[in-house]
Ligand binder design. Sequence first.
Ligand code: BJW
Ligand code: ZN
Length: 236
Amino acid sequence: MEQTRAWLKQARSVAVLTGAGISAESGVPTFRGKQGLWKQYRPEELANADAFHRDPRLVWEWYNWRRSLIAKAHPNPGHYALADLASRIPNFTLISQNVDDLHEQAGSRDVLKVHGDIWQLRCLNCGRQHIDPRPALPEIPPHCHCGGLLRPGVVWFGEELPRHIWCKALQAARTAELFLVIGTSAVVYPAASLVHIAKRAGAHIVELNITETVITNDIDDFLAGPCGEILPKLIA
Ligand code: BJW
Ligand code: ZN
């Protein structure tokens, strides 16, 4: 941790990529591993447009389950530590793959949510965006005022990431002196490519995770442990 702390003290430009692991200690399930499976479905089987068109009820059931867990969840010390860190670094960018709002609840601003937002819904017919904060939607599947089917406002497999958000994330990866990769398996692209882009551009890469991942061999420092314990220590 001393090496990372030294880089953090010197850095004028820091980018952070978070994944489901940062919200795990808040009670939000991750996607992969035993804990992430819902009714034995892998995320790839549910988080795609074909699955939604085939069986919108099933996909909405998954999202309602997750909405109810996220609605009950509170930010943990890891979320708060990152919000604190932002105020101490001149150029700080927080990129999150998570669709929950726990970073924002902890006080982080301008979070680049590359995979969308679970509280947003989008009409497949008229394209209208709705914000719906209800923990679970009573009507399954829910419909828009125009009669169209509503889908979660998130990015599924095979879909493009929101372009303006992605461009900002790329820019942050290209200019960061230090890039922190926190609580992600780093297997989902193009989000995972940010790590390699930052590395090629000369950033120090630090990974924080409870287990090693596919990127662990390519990084500069590995902090082993849960985000809620390690991040407050790192930032103290
Ligand atoms: C802790 C902890 C604790 C636990 N403390 N750590 C290049 C190569 C190969 C494939 C592709 C490629 N480019 C594109 C693809 C295809 C695909 C892809 O990546 N597939 C791979 C899986 C093989 N990508 C896409 O389809 C993307 N779209 C795209 O590329 O479009 C191209 C296009 C261009 C132009 C026009 C049209 C299309 C879209 C990807 C969207 C991913 N969406 C999801 C669902 C979002 C909505 C929702 O939430 O429902 O995003 S899938 C799911 O995975 C979710 C997550 O954000 C994402 C990443 O998961 P994450 O966060 O890493 O979670 P886990 O569970 O995997 O890991 C948790 C980690 O935490 C673990 O490591 C634990 O150890 C750790 N941990 N507790 C610290 N306390
Ligand atoms: Zn509509």
